[in-house]
Design a protein around this ligand. Structure first.
Ligand code: NAD
Ligand code: UDP
Length: 309
């Protein structure tokens, strides 16, 4: 199949491309390299089934493809808050352009949505039916509301124009190739521990997250794309940890002597997050297989190699 991956040079996108290329598909990577990295896709450059196009998805593009995995959007709070108006444009205009493309060429379209659509949830764990608790005017809104409108657009293209859509609500995902300066928690704690800096825990560290290893997540995306469920479907690992527990786990693996330093909690930081994955289990026959311990081993090894420490 001819498959487009927007955001393909990013963290999740590049792992997805590895999977699709290994399955002998023809893959087009569309990326403006804002947070993506050529290194992530370098092994496929020159392969006859692979094409990389530098393009900003807020501008339209004409391509012929059968499936579109739409991942392009900065995902770390540091990056999506750097230019929040651009983040909102990527979410709305970018998604609208990609849905327009899907409509024109009759491609199946998968949106990489997020658990952030649940905001700071007052239902725990979060099932897909929960409508969320999102601040529409806060510093996270460009991303949270951006993904909500991207879901709305996807469903309206489906209802109005019959576009075949799939919507994945992705929960915190980690693994090799996360940028060391990405700002997200797993990459921060690993880079800090390896580089001899204190681990920065925001707030008192009692807020929780659930961490999914990237190859598990990619498997869920591929199953969703090729199955008959439209979604939205939560994809994440339901093992829940406090951020302080995570800091201690990572520190103890790399250097138990490292200090943990407490910093102010950012505005609207969700207090708890854990996916209800009943739908993914029963309808996609998907569930994560890689424990946090095993995933951290792989991730730390790749960071060590990349950071040369
Ligand atoms: P990432 O920042 O590594 O990847 C995003 C990619 O999109 C980058 O390669 C970036 O250069 C590209 N991009 C950004 N703006 C663009 C634009 N205007 N035009 C073209 N390309 C553009 O992030 P990621 O963690 O790989 O996330 C991928 C997708 O998954 C995002 O849509 C994100 O919202 C979603 N998601 C990720 C997580 C997670 O924990 N990693 C959780 C929920 C949802
Ligand atoms: N966090 C932290 N220290 C860091 C980076 C993040 O304590 O150096 C916290 C952050 O406040 C949040 C959690 O870790 O409570 C997850 O943050 P991340 O940015 O990875 O993802 P998100 O908040 O989008 O789930």
């Amino acid at each position: 199949m001819r498959i487009l991956v927007t955001g393909g040079a990013g963290f999740i996108g590049s792992h997805l491309i590895d999977r699709l290329m290994n399955e002998q598909h023809e893959v087009i990577c569309l990326d403006n390299f804002y947070t993506g990295n050529k290194q992530n896709i370098s092994k496929w450059i020159g392969h006859p089934h692979f094409e990389s196009i530098r393009h900003d998805i807020t501008e339209p593009i004409r391509l012929e493809v059968e499936q579109i995995y739409h991942l392009a959007c900065p995902a770390s709070p540091v990056h999506y808050q750097y230019n929040p108006i651009k983040t909102a444009k990527v979410s709305f205009l970018g998604t609208s352009n990609m849905l327009g493309l899907a409509k024109r060429v009759k491609a199946r379209f998968l949106l990489a949505s997020t658990s952030e659509v649940y905001g700071d949830p007052d239902v725990h764990p979060q099932p897909e039916e929960y409508h969320g608790n999102v601040n529409p005017i806060g510093i996270r809104s460009c991303y949270d509301e951006g993904k909500r409108i991207a879901e709305t657009l996807s469903f309206d293209y489906h209802r109005q124009h019959n576009v075949a859509i799939r919507v994945a609500r992705i929960f915190n995902t980690y693994g090799p190739r996360m940028l060391e300066n990405d700002g997200r928690v797993v990459s921060n704690f690993i880079a800090q521990s390896l580089q001899g800096n204190p681990l920065t825990v925001y707030g008192d560290g009692s807020q929780t997250r659930s961490f999914c290893y990237v190859t598990d997540l990619v498997d869920g995306l591929v199953k969703l794309m090729n199955g008959d469920q439209i979604g939205p479907i939560n994809l994440g690992n339901p093992e829940e940890y406090t951020i302080l527990e995570l800091a201690e786990k990572i520190r103890d693996r790399i250097n138990p002597e490292r200090e943990i330093s407490f910093k102010p909690l950012p505005q609207d930081d969700p207090k708890q997050r854990k996916p209800d994955i009943t739908k993914a289990k029963t309808r996609l026959n998907w569930q994560p297989t890689i424990s946090l311990a095993a995933g951290l081993t792989e991730t730390i090894a790749e960071f060590k190699q990349r950071l040369k420490v």
